[in-house]
Design a protein around this ligand. Structure first.
Ligand code: HEC
Ligand code: HEC
Length: 332
């Protein structure tokens, strides 16, 4: 009697231990599954979680500014006149920088301060923000202590802290495109433009203003009110990587691109051809060290044997191979 009682207790302990062990290893498995899932997930942000305090107020204003940049700080801005045009940050960094594969800004805060070849020096995040104010927006820099700069910085800080994004999270960078063996063709791009883009951006790329004239319904792609040649959007590969997952606005998504890589490059070549289209005049060009130029940057001098024409329109592969052959990872 006593013996079998002990035996049952012994059995219970063994069974319990086995269960404990298996449940432990199970939960461990679940945990790593969840981590893998988060890593491979597409970047997303829950803006309802912005805190309800003073910091939260700055974050909200920063987000508002990215969505309605022209209204607040455009040429007729209600809170200051900083921009030279009526575009909004969200025209390129869509959904105020939270849309995947659209020059996403969710982890931008973590990237600064960092060295930037374009300026040949270490930039702070505020300086990088002011680059976009000055180049695509043709504006003058926001003072560091302005409510606007504090707002945008707070928003980017909050995005970076609140998103569980890791390096493996998808959509932090734009999609990679195929680089064809032939140069991008502005002539082919003109035909594609008329068929797919002119209905919103206009036959002369001027876009369409909202009725209240505060900003655009469809932003301009060229002309004196569009981004200037010193902007990253003016680079053909850089623009094409964005176009494939984002334009035409009502047709393309990152998992269902509408344009092929070659079509996106032809369109970017047409839009960014300064012989066909006018853009704001820029005095100084960047990249003090020519060997650090992005391969699709279109102003010489270059530290490789390729012409301005080839740097601008491609074919890009020989340029990529040239630099790789010298142990340097080219940027584009
Ligand atoms: C015409 C398009 C356009 C507009 C408008 C624009 N940007 Fe940008 N922005 C870019 C491009 C292109 C890059 C470079 C992204 C890259 O190299 O992958 C960039 C880069 C940035 C970066 C650096 C991101 C990083 O991780 O390094 C920040 C920050 C930024 N923009 C903020 C802004 C803000 C704030 C506004 C509005 C005031 C704005 N941008 C308006 C096109 C634009
Ligand atoms: C249905 C209307 C529509 C069509 C069609 C369309 N776009 Fe856009 N495009 C937009 C809107 C709206 C934005 C601004 C996005 C935002 O604010 O979220 C935009 C933004 C852009 C931008 C970045 C902002 C700028 O002005 O520089 C580029 C570049 C662009 N579109 C190129 C194209 C190209 C190329 C095509 C044709 C393949 C195209 N779009 C077709 C509506 C459209």
């Amino acid at each position: 009697m006593k013996k079998s009682y002990l035996y049952i207790i012994y059995l219970l302990i063994v069974v319990g231990m086995v269960q404990l062990y298996s449940s432990c290893s199970e939960s461990k498995g679940e945990e790593s599954d969840a981590k893998a899932k988060a890593d491979s997930a597409v970047v997303s942000v829950d803006t309802t979680k912005i805190p309800h305090d003073k910091f939260g107020d700055a974050i909200k204003y920063g987000r508002e500014l990215m969505l309605r940049t022209a209204y607040y700080i455009g040429p007729n801005g209600v809170n200051g006149k900083y921009l030279g045009n009526k575009m909004n940050c969200t025209n390129c960094h869509q959904d105020a920088g939270t849309k995947a594969y659209s020059f996403n800004l969710v982890t931008a805060f973590r990237h600064y301060p960092s060295y930037r070849a374009r300026e040949g020096k270490v930039l702070s995040l505020a300086e990088r923000i002011n680059n976009c104010i000055m180049h695509p927006h043709l504006g003058k820099p926001l003072p560091l202590d302005s409510r606007e700069m504090i707002g945008i910085m707070s928003y980017l800080k909050w995005l970076s802290d609140s998103a569980s994004a890791t390096k493996a999270t998808k959509g932090l960078k734009n999609v990679e495109i195929e680089l064809p063996d032939t140069a991008a063709s502005p002539t082919a791009g003109a035909v594609l433009y008329a068929d797919n883009c002119a209905r919103c951006h206009g036959t002369s790329g001027q876009g369409e203003m909202r009725l209240d004239n505060s900003t655009y319904k469809y932003p301009p792609l060229w002309g004196l009110k569009a981004y200037q040649p010193g902007s990253s959007m003016h680079r053909i590969v850089k623009m094409a990587q964005w176009l494939v997952s984002n334009m035409p606005y009502d047709k393309a998504t990152h998992d269902k691109p509408y344009l092929t890589s070659a079509q996106a490059l032809d369109l970017a070549a047409f839009i960014n051809d300064d012989k066909i289209h006018q853009r704001p005049f820029v005095k100084e060009y960047q990249y003090p060290n020519p060997e650090e130029k992005a391969i699709d940057y279109d102003r010489g001098p270059f530290k490789d044997p390729f012409t301005e024409q080839q740097h601008k329109y491609g074919p890009y592969k020989p340029i990529v191979d040239y630099w790789k052959g010298r142990g340097i990872e080219p940027s584009y």
